[in-house]
Ligand binder design. Structure first.
Ligand SMILES: [Zn+2]
Length: 310
């Protein structure tokens, strides 16, 4: 690894504007373990220079990139009664970064296919662009088919497979075809080895098991993207029977300086606003929670924010 690569690696590990998923993606690209990636850089009054700084390192390493427009972002800053308050903290920029010209061109092809609504072809090009295993790309394409989903999953088992894959392959960014996919196992091990070798500080923090005790409030429940507008389209939901729930859990105190919304999959049903004592285990990009007995219910729990979508 030459000096310029080492400097980019140092930036990736120490930049205040990169969260752990963004750090990992930039580290893997800088190490040559990924040919293309997308991540977000957040800019606040504390790190105004990081946009120029990042772009200088990318150019010095001969990496081509597309920087998105500035968009505002907000974070939870506390609760007032039954309202979760969000505050605008700064702006964020999306970065598409490519190891070489061929991958930058593949990205253009991907965008062109998307704009022509050719989703299957676009997914296959994206698979090549980001070097995802072919078995996983084909599985991903098959899962767009509602009949395939209904035949192979229930509401609960569909979310379960997503949770299981995230836990089986913490260094991968794609949805793998299974938790036993041999190509994904190999890729995950390669990515972990690259991060361990070139970004020890990040690797140590990312893979450490972090334990917290905190009250959580059960917040909203996940809805499949295909079902978001099913009432309007007057079609049936993907899974008519709900045999489980994926809830957002809101931590009622800050953990590592932030309030969190954690995805929690359970067969039990909880009313929105139910407050539970929880033992939370965080590792990589996921968190697991074990509950004690419910303590109270925050009636009409809701969010007060500036906007929902970027
Ligand atoms: Zn696979």
């Amino acid at each position: 690894m030459d000096t310029r690569q080492k400097e980019l690696m140092h930036f990736a590990q120490t930049a205040k504007g990169l969260d752990n998923p963004a750090k990992l993606k930039l580290i893997l690209l800088a190490a040559g373990a990924k040919p293309a990636t997308f991540f977000a850089l957040k800019i606040t009054p504390d790190n105004l220079g990081e946009k120029t700084h990042l772009e200088r390192h990318l150019r010095e390493n001969g990496l081509s990139f597309i920087a998105g427009k500035a968009r505002a972002y907000e974070e939870i800053t506390g609760m007032v009664g039954n309202a979760v308050r969000w505050t605008i903290k700064g702006s964020w920029y999306g970065y598409d970064v490519f190891a070489d010209k061929a991958h930058a061109l593949l990205f253009k092809k991907y965008l062109a296919l998307l704009s022509r609504q050719k989703h299957e072809q676009a997914d296959r090009v994206a698979g090549k662009l980001y070097a995802y295993p072919a078995c996983c790309v084909e599985h991903y394409v098959r899962e767009h088919n509602l009949a395939f989903l209904r035949k192979n999953y229930t509401h609960y088992s569909y979310y379960k497979h997503l949770h299981d894959r995230e836990r089986a392959f913490p260094f991968l960014q794609h949805t793998t075809c299974s938790t036993t996919c041999a190509k994904s196992k190999k890729l995950n091990a390669q990515h972990a080895a690259a991060a361990r070798k070139h970004a020890q500080k990040f690797f140590k923090d990312f893979s450490a098991v972090k334990r917290f005790s905190a009250e959580v409030a059960v917040d909203s429940e996940s809805v499949l993207p295909q079902d978001v507008v099913y009432g309007i389209r007057s079609t049936a939901p993907v899974f008519p029977v709900k045999d489980g729930h994926e809830y957002s859990l809101l931590t009622l105190k800050q953990l590592r300086g932030h309030y969190y919304l954690l995805a929690h999959l359970t067969k039990a049903a909880y009313a929105r606003g139910t407050v539970l004592p929880a033992k939370i285990t965080m590792r990589y990009n996921y968190a697991d929670a074990a509950f004690g007995k419910p303590r109270r219910v925050i009636k009409n729990l809701h969010h007060e924010r500036h906007f929902v979508l970027p």
